[in-house]
Design a binder for this molecule. Structure first.
Ligand code: UD1
Ligand code: CA
Length: 452
């Protein structure tokens, strides 16, 4: 049987008070709607249909052609949104799953289990519900004994209905034909003057259709309507990610003070100290020590490497490397094995080969550096002439004296030395010593006794 999904993402999300469309707000380093789409994919969906409206262009620009779109030009409620969403599949037979773009904590396993019982029970509709510690704001699931009767929204609930703690998750499975028939009979006769999707449940029950509810853990259905709920979602996603890597053999000293993105991978026996943020596609090897206070984004790190109080972005670092404290690796830096990138060192768009030491207070930008090079303190690769950037090449076994300026484009060949304080503008031949600084002049007795 074919299964389709309709993901509602047209609402304005007023309560967020934001210039960003709500489905594109980030939690766990990804847009809210990304989490929903990945949960849907786990169910094996034939086609994901996303209903867009408010800031539709932004949502489409973000999701590109990974999904099918339908427009809801005016936001007249979730029922009205599904009327638009069902258009592309109106002649199909099968099951449609309806999800909201603002429930990022839903997981594929819960959806799969609910789908299974929807199919096994042969239902026209299955609502996913949960028992909420604080149900305020959610639609309440009203039952007569065990039997479902309807869903009432907060704003339409009687005081007695408002006491019910079972809430509607906003996620459902429907038989496509039966849902269409129910949608055609929706009215907007309610407190918000909207077409509520939730009313289809009562309509189907009145038709004597088989309608059921699947109760899941409240945590997996949290809806993000404001920034407080966004932070709650973030906390849950982070806890899940930190637990995922800990179960994978990583020591996290303080889970609450550690941020791990959904796609981040960390190898066994790595230790992560507090204040560490690992984001995007970052992948860290085994036996590393990361943190405290490091932010590593879209970066690949090998085994037995240490990163302390440093920021690394879109870069690669090999094995047995020591980075920091206070190092900054900007995009496209490639650092090999057995290397030291010490304190107050900035690397940008540079390749640094095995065994090299850049110990302190140095800038290496737009450069190719060979093996076993030693950078003295205070070296600057002068890569920018005010108009364009140029590359510097340094061979193997080079010794760069303290406070050297390497004015790019320039080459220092294998085995060469530069004297401390040199400003190198011309190629340095193999095994040469380049001295490019004024000679010291001592003016004897320049200080007169009366000056003292
Ligand atoms: C909805 C449910 C409520 C449930 C809650 C779960 C209805 C009437 N209410 O309430 O029972 O407990 O979700 O989180 O369904 N949307 C559109 N077009 C619209 C209106 C909304 O696409 O015209 C989209 C929104 O972008 C959002 C989703 O539908 O992704 C839910 O809308 P929202 O306004 O957040 O509904 P809730 O008040 O949370
Ligand atoms: Ca909501």
């Amino acid at each position: 049987m074919d299964i389709y999904s309709i993901i509602l993402a047209a609402g304005e999300g007023k309560r967020m008070k934001s210039n960003t469309a709500k489905p594109l707000q980030k939690a766990g380093g990804k847009a809210l709607i990304d989490h929903v789409i990945s949960a849907a994919s786990a169910v094996g969906i034939k086609e994901n249909i996303v209903v867009v409206g408010h800031k539709a262009d932004d949502v489409k620009a973000y999701l590109k052609d990974s999904v099918l779109y339908t427009y809801q030009l005016e936001q007249k409620g979730t029922g009205h949104a599904v009327m638009q969403g069902i258009e592309p599949i109106k002649d199909k037979e099968g099951i449609v799953m309806v999800l909201c773009g603002d429930t990022p904590l839903i997981d594929g396993e819960s959806l799969k289990a609910a789908l299974k019982s929807h199919i096994n029970a042969g239902r026209a509709a299955t609502v996913i519900t949960a028992i909420a510690p604080n149900p305020f704001g959610y639609g309440r699931v009203i039952r007569n004994g065990e039997k479902l009767t309807k869903i009432v929204e907060q704003k339409d609930a009687t005081p007695k209905e408002a006491e019910v703690s079972e809430i509607n998750s906003g996620m459902y499975f429907f038989d496509i034909k039966k849902l269409r028939h129910a949608l055609s009979r929706l009215t907007n006769n309610n407190a918000q003057g909207e077409y509520y999707l939730t009313d289809t449940i009562e309509i189907l029950l009145k038709d004597n259709e088989n309608v059921g509810a699947e109760i899941v853990d409240f945590e997996s259905i949290l809806g993000v309507n404001d920034r407080i709920q966004l932070a709650q979602a973030e906390a849950v996603l982070n806890r899940r990610n930190v637990e995922r890597i800990m179960l994978g053999g990583v020591t996290v000293i303080n889970p609450a003070a550690t941020y791990i993105g959904c796609d981040v991978k960390v190898g066994i026996d790595t230790i992560i100290y507090p204040g560490t943020i690992l984001e995007g596609s970052t992948a860290i090897g085994c036996g590393c020590i990361i943190g405290p206070d490091s932010k590593i984004t879209d970066t690949k790190i090998g085994d037995n490497t240490e990163v302390i109080k440093s920021v690394l972005t879109k870069s690669e670092v090999g094995n047995n490397v020591s980075v920091g404290p206070f190092a900054y690796m900007r995009p496209n830096s490639k650092v090999g094995n057995n290397i030291k990138i010490g304190d107050f060192v900035e690397i940008k768009n540079a390749n640094i080969d095995d065994g090299t030491k850049v110990a302190h207070l140095t800038y290496v930008g737009d450069a190719d550096v060979g093996k076993n090079v030693n950078f003295g303190c205070g070296t600057v690769v002068v890569n920018y002439d005010g108009i364009s950037k140029h590359r510097t090449t340094i061979g193997n076994d080079v010794f760069i004296g303290c406070n050297t300026n390497l004015v790019s484009p320039v080459t220092v060949k294998d085995g060469a030395f530069t004297a401390a304080g040199s400003t190198i503008t011309d190629e340095v031949p193999e095994n040469a010593l380049a001295i490019a600084r004024a000679k010291q002049v001592n003016k004897e007795d320049w200080v007169k006794p009366k000056d003292r």
